[in-house]
Design a protein around this ligand. Sequence first.
Ligand SMILES: C[S@@+](CC[C@H](N)C(=O)[O-])C[C@H]1O[C@@H](n2cnc3c(N)ncnc32)[C@H](O)[C@@H]1O
Length: 269
Amino acid sequence: MDASRPTAADTYTFGDTPTAARRLALLAEVFDPPTRALLTAWSPSPVDHALDLGCGPGHTTALVHATSGARRTTGLERSAEHVARARAAAPAGVEVVQHDVTVGPLPVAPAQLALSRFLLTHLAAPGAALATWVGALVPGGRLLAQETARLASADPVLGRYYALVDELQRHHGQALDIGSRLGDLAAAVPGTEVVHAAVVPLRPSVPAMAALHAMNVRTWRTDPYAVTAFDPAELDDLTTALDVIAAGGRATADVELDLAEVVVERGRD
Ligand SMILES: C[S@@+](CC[C@H](N)C(=O)[O-])C[C@H]1O[C@@H](n2cnc3c(N)ncnc32)[C@H](O)[C@@H]1O
């Protein structure tokens, strides 16, 4: 993968169906603490305008708006279905714009704060995306990003799920573990300074993670690559096994999740 922008739009394998939206609602619960902590510690003050890049149904947008005290917050999202959900749920002060955020300049007023959570993992040119997003900030504005650096489990069902998602993402030129390169990608963005970079080890609830994964298999198994490369009977069995773990029906090894985070500040000159 290089930093240049791909000519074709990125494939978003995790979908925008009602199941995908339910998955993002659960994801929002599971990852609320680390994202809230990042926003609380590193949002600039005051924030007149904040951005949420790849906002999905709007959970992160509401979180950005509430934690930063922004006068107004704009969610940017490519999927019309997620845009409709985010608009329906938007609190006062939040608006949602349909846009592919790999295409700059972003159609928004300059912002003091931007958040990207779990979007770079779906992009084939994450370095170029970061540069585009920094271009939407005022001088001194901050881009906060969180991405998975490592996702593993000694449990065979969970481990198999991670191997399949990794293969699917790689096929599309994307990286499940993009967080492992997040600090380097951020440091390469011209005209910026990395003011914070860390990897936070998490041990999320295994049933919750299995529920997220089961919903995701049901969504990404229709991806054209998954249809040809993966055995549908194995995906049936995997979904059933994940459902059992999600329901608390079987004890498993931990899910080991390293969450990478960066804060990039746009130069003032
Ligand atoms: C994994 S979800 C994360 C949603 C939200 N940030 C969160 O953490 O709950 C990624 C979101 O980015 C959107 N997305 C993917 N590629 C995009 C692009 N190029 N431009 C705008 N949105 C995009 C997807 O439709 C999806 O809603």
